[in-house]
Write a protein that binds this ligand. Structure first.
Ligand SMILES: NC(=O)C1=CN([C@@H]2O[C@H](COP(=O)(O)OP(=O)(O)OC[C@H]3O[C@@H](n4cnc5c(N)ncnc54)[C@H](OP(=O)(O)O)[C@@H]3O)[C@@H](O)[C@H]2O)C=CC1
Ligand SMILES: O=C(O)[C@@H]1CCC=N1
Length: 270
């Protein structure tokens, strides 16, 4: 199989996570990076600071757009000018939480530009990402296969049938690592407030979340069964869950938070 060439546009928190995942994978793609502040790139990757620095030998199979949605139009307009004809032989893969395929294609100057929209997450940096992927009708099967292959190199990929579904992916996977990190912060603080030293509290919480992730990833049982296995009748877990499971707590707050993420994704489209 030939090694695909990527132009990674924006190598901050998400683009950087993808880059780290790709370079650590067994068959890394060839990566060119466009980012104005990235200090060091891994061996084999080339950094450009501005679109104008991109050299004529860069002929990407896929352009991965990982800038903020507000900067996308200006960036694509510059890339269109700099890449010229090369823009006709590439596909665009956006990781942005906003901006439709149609809009992105129009900013590339081609209504029929093949655009793949994805919603990855930062665990991609350790090969444990979870990505939702939608391919617009102008994407060829070969281009879609390439996009799926690339994202599978950094974790799990789920193709969604409708572009609109990506909003749900944002709420339950793209933004969701932050919810779990927040839970980790709160549990670590509880550990310390209740008498453990900071190191012990951190090690226990991290180990616990790692173990839970590994069980969810590796075992066939559903989450509900795994939860019930922890919950002895009238035991300590039941006491704690009776707080979380109150109707006005997690059952209301989790969907409410998801709706807030979805609402914000609509605003980022404008
Ligand atoms: N963070 C996350 O967990 C996730 C983010 N996303 C999406 O990823 C995209 C990027 O988010 P994130 O990585 O957090 O953002 P960052 O700001 O961390 O990364 C963007 C990078 O692109 C650089 N950049 C922006 N404009 C230019 C330009 N014109 N020329 C050169 N470099 C440029 C930025 O430099 P500078 O800082 O100087 O502007 C920065 O290094 C967003 O659209 C977001 O919706 C998707 C899933 C998860
Ligand atoms: O917060 C954001 O807008 C981005 C998209 C998903 C995660 N981070």
């Amino acid at each position: 199989m030939t090694i695909p060439t990527l132009l990674l546009v924006g190598c901050g928190k998400m683009g950087g996570a993808l880059m780290r995942g790709w370079v650590s994978s067994p068959t890394p793609p060839r990566i060119f990076i466009l980012d104005r502040k990235l200090q060091d790139a891994p061996a084999g990757c080339t950094i450009f600071r501005t679109p104008e620095e991109i050299t004529p030998d860069v002929k990407p199979d896929i352009i991965v757009l990982a800038v903020k949605p507000a900067g996308a139009e200006a960036m694509l307009s510059s890339l269109k000018t700099v890449l010229g004809e090369r823009m006709n032989h590439t596909a665009l893969l956006s990781v942005m939480a906003g901006k439709s395929c149609e809009k992105l294609a129009s900013w590339c100057g081609r209504a029929d530009m093949p655009v793949i929209r994805t919603m990855p997450n930062t665990p991609s940096c350790v090969g444990a990402g979870a990505t939702g992927l939608y391919a617009s009708p102008h994407v060829s099967q070969a281009q879609k296969d390439l996009a799926i292959r690339l994202m599978e190199q950094v974790g799990t990929v789920v193709s969604v049938p409708h572009e609109e579904d990506l909003r749900t992916v944002i709420a339950i996977a793209g933004s969701a690592p932050a919810y779990v990190f927040y839970l980790a912060e709160l549990l670590e603080k509880v550990g310390q407030d209740f008498g453990l030293d900071a190191h012990a509290s951190r090690a226990l919480v991290r180990g616990m979340i790692y173990g839970v992730g590994k069980m969810l990833h590796e075992l066939p049982e559903d989450a509900e069964t795994l939860r019930k296995n922890v919950t002895s009748p009238n035991g300590t877990t039941a006491a704690a869950l009776s707080v979380f499971m109150k109707e006005e707590h997690w059952p209301r707050l989790i969907p409410e938070a998801a709706k807030a993420a979805i609402k914000r994704s609509r605003e980022l489209d404008d």
